[in-house]
Design a binder for this molecule. Sequence first.
Ligand code: ADP
Ligand code: MG
Length: 242
Amino acid sequence: MNTMVSFRGVRKAYGSTEVLKGIDLDVQRGEVIALIGRSGSGKSTALRCVNGLERISGGSLEVCGHRLDAADVDLRALRLDVGIVFQSYNLFPHLTVQQNITLAPLKVRRTGRAEANELAAHVLDQVGLGARGAAYPHELSGGQQQRVAIARSLAMQPAVMLFDEVTSALDPELTGEVLRVMERLAHDGMTMLIVTHEMAFARSVARKVVFMNDGVIWEQGGAEMLASPRSTELQCFVGNGL
Ligand code: ADP
Ligand code: MG
């Protein structure tokens, strides 16, 4: 299986408001795609459909072999294959970093304690926080907490990772450390769909950039697209975003 995510004419409406108006997009194994666009253009909705937080209203969507338009879609199995990281890190404040990370492997994957601890050490190393397993979230900076949230997601060993503006809540001096972790994941071959406002990051990490506007894919291409947009909408967006 090399196509990990496949949108075909995907529509999503809330009541009479159509938010996704026919999305066609494939994400191949190991591909890193940056999803950009104005606020309200449907980026988060598209991501949330991929891990089943939203049901699509039309078209078809296949993710890691799971047909999400099917009536009997197994959301639990889907979410074992797809990790998602949000702007807010949502760590449990009363649990240590290590406990935050091992929680889902222990409970959901039924991983043994020793193996879960090994896994936690490994994913903490991946995000450059190997020494902080015993810390509580409040003892860490926002950037470190977000890296723990990424590690927590990695501990479930997902095949695809979704990132929704993971640096937007961070002070500017803390965004770099989080972006570097994502860069490394991309380099190591993780399949990633990244909603971001960081245009320099999108340009350097993504093989493909997808510009959403008003619920459709308005323009897509290689990172060079950001330097020479065809549509006035993307020109406008890039002009304001830089
Ligand atoms: P983006 O992430 O690009 O800012 P969203 O996907 O969050 O855009 O939202 C797209 C549109 O869908 C917006 O107009 C938003 O108000 C609307 N929307 C998002 N979630 C809901 C919801 N649960 N109910 C109704 N409208 C929603
Ligand atoms: Mg959003």
